[in-house]
Design a protein around this ligand. Sequence first.
Ligand code: AMP
Length: 355
Amino acid sequence: MIVPPGSTIGIIGGGQLGRMLAVAAAQLGYRCHVYAPDPDGPAAAVAARFTRGAFDDDAALEAFAREVDLVTYEFENVPVAPLAAIAGRVPLFPPVEALEIAQDRFSEKSFVQRHGGRPAPYAAVDDRAGLDRALAEIGGPAILKTRRFGYDGKGQMRIDSPAGADAAWEAVKGAPSILEGFVDFDAEFSILLCRGQDGETTIWDAPVNRHEGGILVTSTVPAGPELGAAIPVAEALARRIADALGHVGMLTLEFFARGGEALFNEMAPRVHNSGHWTIEGAQTSQFENHIRAICGLPLGATLRTAPRVEMVNLVGDDASAWPAILAEPGARLHLYGKNEPRPGRKMGHVTRLLA
Ligand code: AMP
């Protein structure tokens, strides 16, 4: 099914991912209609239309779906039920099943495991006694993470000894969680994959990702030779997962590399922060290929445009360095138009194409 240029793409979610999707869509001649609770978010400012609505307002989402030719989402914590209802009326990609699996850390790890992936040891934790059982099984150090609604390191807490269990249980506010063995990794990397309606799949160079306090700080391509063996295994897994889901659009899988092995961490059925470098660093960006895929167009080539590419997130006050970044030859600045630089808030990013 082709949704041709000139059509209107509905985007649920109004953050920077939606903003960069809308810019890529506009370049291909599409109009974007953004649906989000916050009218001052990054995406609304660059979209042709905006509807203010809550993510759980079934009636408002249904009315929004009637106004657009196709729906996609840039935010992972949208309730699945209203999306499934929309999907019956208007094409909606990526498939709701992919979102449903990715919204729950336990189900995503078991799904990926069923398809041959290897996560760090993990166990579901439903109550305080369950945490003790999981700690006894997995051992320490470990990380307790809420099953749902976690992002950028929120909703998770490291446990170094049994004495830390109470504090961790308090930190997750007793929410259904998983306990995960702490991985002493060599590096973190992600697989950025885009699958078209016809099953054609493109993959970019796998970025090596550095996090601080759970927040992505830099993504760099290409990865060093020490990750060489882990990446092809992870790519093959990502293809199997995308095929199994009948995925359409971007799918990102995050991994820990340890001793040449790829340990699966989590997946996102959407464009991803670790793929921002593709805007200037690849022949076709993750945002453009996502739009191409969901609209039934051929996917673009994903080759790197420079020997080395580095993306640095501008978090909180980092963004105040924008004059110096603009003065730097070759640095490509992206600001998301957020007016309040709170600590930990992603305000923009800079991409450097390097020799
Ligand atoms: P997540 O939200 O699960 O992606 O976690 C955010 C970041 O916390 C990861 O990118 C890692 O840097 C770190 N982290 C999460 N889980 C683990 C783990 N099991 N072992 C070591 N580091 C972890």
